[in-house]
Design a protein around this ligand. Structure first.
Ligand SMILES: [Zn+2]
Length: 243
């Protein structure tokens, strides 16, 4: 796989252009601008993507462990992952990461996708090799209200700047459709939130699901189960943060 300083250069240029434009167009305070600049240009995104101190992680869910236990107690006593082989993350979701997500998702600083995708690509290279990437699809309402989706944006950059193979076999089932189900149906853990597109050619592949944050792992597992039912050989996951 080629990764190409050219694309890295392109990223830097995009960020730089963004900053120049922002100076002209934006009404954010100088402090906010400084903060954005730090996140975009420091190697670890001003601590947002700082790796955890502990070298040990749970083999299955990827959360940090205090010692070389192999698996965390959650994965041993009440496992979430059956279809998903394992998940990996850049770092834990703390205060800095929350601010980052806030700025990105809700204040709509779409440029953050560039930093996130860069970090994601490095994590991908450390953990996987030549596997196709499958973004977890967003809610339709969210897409309409925000006008974009963080994970989609990341996937776009991974595809066009880092040359990863991106597949989109999944769709999100709208909560509209769930409205008509019984209350029990909606709270039931087995409720379906995702579905497969028709004619998605993913049989016999091994793929990496990507998402911004893993909380319980339920979303990743649901997507992995769907993909496996469509004949995918093995499913891994990579997220920016885990809660
Ligand atoms: Zn675990």
């Amino acid at each position: 796989m080629k990764t190409n300083s050219f694309y890295i250069f392109l990223m830097r240029s995009v960020k730089f252009l963004f900053l120049v434009l922002m100076d002209f167009l934006s009404d954010s305070s100088d402090e906010e601008k400084e903060n954005l600049k730090d996140i975009l240009f420091t190697p670890d995104g001003k601590g947002v993507f700082e790796m955890l101190k502990s070298p040990y992680i749970c083999f299955r869910c990827g959360r940090a462990l205090s010692d070389d236990f192999g698996f965390c107690t959650d994965c041993l006593s009440r496992p979430v992952f059956f279809s998903l082989t394992y998940a990996r993350h850049i770092t834990a979701y703390g205060k800095k990461q929350r601010q980052f997500i806030n700025q990105w998702k809700f204040k709509r600083n779409r440029i953050f996708a560039v930093s996130a995708a860069e970090k994601m690509f490095h994590a991908y290279k450390e953990n996987f090799k030549d596997l196709a990437v499958v973004p977890v699809p967003p809610r339709k309402e969210r897409l309409i209200s925000a006008g974009f989706d963080c994970v989609n944006d990341m996937a776009f950059i991974l595809k066009w700047c880092f040359r990863l193979k991106v597949l989109t076999p999944l769709i999100r089932i709208d909560s509209e459709e769930q409205k008509y189900k019984s209350f029990a149906g909606r709270t039931d853990k087995s409720r379906k939130r995702y579905a497969l597109k028709k004619n998605s050619k993913i049989r016999q592949q091994t793929v990496v699901l990507i998402d911004d944050i893993m909380t319980t792992g339920g979303t990743l597992e649901e997507c992995a189960a769907l993909l496996k039912s469509a004949g995918v050989k093995e499913v891994y996951a990579l997220t920016l943060f885990y809660a």
